[in-house]
Design a protein around this ligand. Sequence first.
Ligand code: COA
Length: 81
Amino acid sequence: MGRVIGDGGCNFELVDVAVHPEYQRRGLGYQIMEVLMNDLRANAPKSAYVCLIADRGAPALYEKFGFELTAPDSVGMAIQF
Ligand SMILES: CC(C)(COP(=O)(O)OP(=O)(O)OC[C@H]1O[C@@H](n2cnc3c(N)ncnc32)[C@H](O)[C@@H]1OP(=O)(O)O)[C@@H](O)C(=O)NCCC(=O)NCCS
């Protein structure tokens, strides 16, 4: 699974990208990202900012789609309620 959330204009976030452990490392995560990124390219404004928080092991997947680390210029921050 995987989702894009956002305001439909300026800001989007990729969240909940996950493949069941029994099916990982078979290209499914890549296919999920292809669908999400194709949808963003087709529907998001060219100036849109798309971000995500990458868990362990995941940065290599997102780098394949052009995502870059924001540090040191900016760093992610979060709070868990
Ligand atoms: C991250 C996740 C979605 C990847 O899904 P997947 O189906 O296993 O990924 P793919 O088989 O399509 O792999 C695509 C690329 O991602 C990278 N990758 C995936 N799993 C990786 C791992 N455990 N360690 C390092 N790189 C990894 C590799 O670059 C891989 O390309 P390669 O096979 O040519 O080396 C999956 O491991 C997962 O659900 N993890 C638990 C939840 C999670 O961490 N989600 C991400 C939140 S940001």
